[in-house]
Design a protein around this ligand. Structure first.
Ligand code: ATP
Length: 289
């Protein structure tokens, strides 16, 4: 095999809690992860010499050793003693620095793609164990689907897919630093925590209405205060018929859950008209690999 194409799906957090800040500075989380039908495509080609080349349609990400694809390729080459090289073309569609795990999912696709391309025979579990070295969300991105993520993100429990719906995803044109958000959260002083266990019950019972009512993200406490536009986008979505709307990850992306495509499209038009977000998509949950 000389070339392989791998799709790398984005994720949203249907619920996000930070349980505590550990003494080593890491935050313990409890999150419900969900892959969505928005994806980057990686085309990976073997090269005869030991080198890593990355090209992309995206102008706003590093293509050198700072790219998570590069870091993953280097790790795989070392771990499996690969003597050849690899060229990766990244077709980027997932908004960058958005709270949708764009870099992590590209890394996950690199793990899976290189495993196939070089016929390494690694199991998914082996890849997930290695993936923690690249980032806390990468093991989940390898697994995909719906999952409870605990610890610093590496303890994963698969969950059934929630009922299908229309998802409106809007990324306001601003940059949110994940580091800033966690530093300003003061996790050990939080008095209110989202009901993640309740959400899991609703997902198991396939009750979308109750599930959406429990959607919460503790990081909104920090991000919405600094960027009120996030709340404004959520409000437009809800006014237009979303059962609920939430910020994903550390933001600034907002998603709304709709049961009517027409309402999702109307909300999209309204948000565009008010120039609140340039990157805006009607999408869906994606649970099939
Ligand atoms: P998360 O939800 O995991 O916090 P994110 O969606 O907020 O991630 P990314 O899209 O992963 O953020 O981008 C964060 C930064 O990572 C970017 O500003 C970019 O410099 C860097 N980066 C490295 N590799 C990639 C990649 N393959 N795709 C996008 N960004 C990358």
């Amino acid at each position: 095999m000389q070339e392989i194409r791998v799709d790398a799906r984005a994720k949203i957090n249907l619920g996000l809690d930070v349980v505590r800040r550990r003494e080593d500075g890491y935050h313990e989380v409890k999150m419900i992860m969900q892959t969505v039908a928005l994806y980057d495509t990686l085309t990976m080609t073997r090269l005869p010499e030991s080198e890593i080349q990355i090209t992309s349609n995206a102008g706003d990400i590093p293509l050198d050793e700072h790219n998570l694809i590069y870091k993953t390729a280097r790790l795989m080459m070392e771990q499996y003693r690969i003597r050849e090289g690899i060229k990766v073309h990244l077709e980027k569609r997932i908004p960058v620095a958005a709270g949708m795990a764009g870099g992590s999912t590209d890394a996950a696709a690199t793990f899976k793609g290189m495993n196939e391309l070089f016929q390494l025979g690694a199991t998914e579990e082996e890849l997930r164990t290695l993936a923690v070295k690249i980032g806390a969300d990468v093991p989940y991105c390898i697994m995909g689907g719906t999952a409870l993520s605990e610890g610093i993100g590496e303890i994963l429990t698969p969950l059934p897919a929630p009922p299908q719906c229309y998802l409106l995803i809007a990324k306001p044109d601003l940059y949110v630093s994940t580091k800033y958000v966690y530093e300003n959260l003061h996790a050990n002083e939080l008095v209110h925590h989202p009901d993640i266990d309740g959400m899991i019950t609703c997902i198991r019972e396939q009750d979308l209405w109750k599930m959406t009512a429990l959607m919460e993200n503790v990081l909104e406490n920090v991000t919405v205060r600094k960027y009120p536009i996030i709340e404004e986008i959520k409000n437009i979505m809800k006014e237009q018929g979303a059962w609920n709307a939430l910020m994903s990850g550390s933001g600034p992306t907002v998603f709304g859950i709709f049961t009517s495509e027409e309402e999702a499209e109307k909300a999209k038009a309204k948000i565009k008209e008010q120039e609140m977000a340039k990157q805006i998509f009607v999408s869906a949950f994606s649970n099939n690999g």
